[in-house]
Design a protein around this ligand. Structure first.
Ligand code: ADP
Ligand code: MG
Length: 322
């Protein structure tokens, strides 16, 4: 049997941290971070619960990736650069095969972003993965939800809806060919946090957030915090590559309400259009202008002809739906 100490040593404390920003990593009562002068710490926590956020038999490598990806995505949405993270892990058993794959998924993404595991907690219990992430952003430059202004453009990175499409196939709501499901599932299991874009948008974008629960509901958070409304042209939304093969109603529904895409939604003044496009090009991330911030405090959905559309569906809400 693997002791708790051996488990941490073998799967989570097996790499040397060589980064001046981290003064002390795993092994003491606390980790120590050297914040860079003139920077603010950006901190966020996301918990993934078995049976709630992922299927109990989910692939461990992908789970390692996704647990960190959703946290990195929050840093991206603030324009913060990743620094370090802690991992609180509740495990039903110390299964070496599972732990090795989980650790590989976690560390391969961590390495890509120079984000170091500096501590955590390990306990026996139902599978539950909780990561707290730390990043840095120059003082006053964070992309906050409360900063959208009337007249600004609304932009979306990458594409929407393929993660929701994969989920629909898993739930037998719809059928996808095997190759389509493989591509869509990649978006669901291994989202790409838009870290470079978030950083490139500092000083260009006003407000931003990452889309985890569906554009409609998430954009609603920006509108509420900024006390503004929005007009979105539904047929301008960047529809996922696989979702494009589906009918219009599904394309609209999944790109508007589908969760788990982890794309950025942000606003920027009209005179920054060229700068936004340049930022997207510089980090090889597609950006699409989808609407405008307006005074009237509601979300208006328009079709390609400018006609108003209404939906009775809503963004995913953990406490309303079961
Ligand atoms: P404490 O008794 O202070 O809670 P622990 O014995 O739980 O310390 O942990 C020992 C060290 O291992 C600490 O530095 C802690 O941050 C780290 N640690 C524990 N679990 C994990 C984990 N899952 N991932 C990374 N570090 C961990
Ligand atoms: Mg502990």
């Amino acid at each position: 049997m693997l002791s708790e100490f051996d488990l941490i040593k073998q799967y989570f404390d097996h790499t040397q941290i060589n980064d001046a920003r981290i003064a002390l990593g795993i092994g003491d009562d606390c980790a120590l971070i050297n914040p860079t002068a003139g920077m603010q710490l950006a901190i966020s926590t996301d918990m993934l619960v078995s049976g709630r956020h992922f299927f109990p038999d989910a692939d461990a490598f992908m789970l390692g990736h996704k647990s960190l990806a959703v946290n990195l995505s929050d840093l991206a949405a603030m324009g913060a650069r990743p620094l370090a993270f802690t991992l609180a892990l509740s495990l039903p058993e110390a299964n070496p095969t599972w732990l090795a794959a989980f650790s590989r998924g976690l560390f391969s993404l961590a390495k890509q972003h120079d984000c170091h595991l500096i501590g955590g907690d390990t306990t026996k219990g139902p599978l539950n993965i909780c990561i707290t992430i730390f990043g840095e952003v120059p003082f006053g430059m964070a992309l906050r939800r409360d900063a959208a202004k009337v007249g600004e453009d609304i932009w979306i990175s990458g594409s929407l809806g393929d993660a929701r499409l994969a989920l629909g196939a898993y739930r037998y709501e719809l059928h996808l060919s095997e190759s389509m499901l493989t591509s869509a599932a990649q978006r669901l299991h291994q989202p790409t946090p838009r870290i470079d874009l978030g950083i490139a948008l500092r000083g260009i974008a006003s407000a931003a957030l990452d889309i985890s629960d569906g554009l409609s509901g998430d954009l609603g958070h920006i509108l509420e915090r900024s006390q503004v409304g929005a007009k979105i042209c539904l047929d301008d939304l960047p529809v996922g590559v696989i979702l494009r093969s589906q009918d219009l109603a599904r394309r609209r529904e999944f790109s508007l309400f589908g969760g788990d895409d982890y794309e950025l939604c942000f606003t920027a003044p009209k005179e920054k259009r060229e700068a936004v496009i340049a930022a997207g090009l510089a980090c090889q991330t597609h950006v699409t202008r989808v609407g405008e911030i307006v005074e009237q405090p509601e979300l208006q959905l328009l079709d390609a002809l400018g006609q108003n559309l209404t939906f009775d569906d809503t963004s995913f809400d953990h406490f309303r739906s079961s």
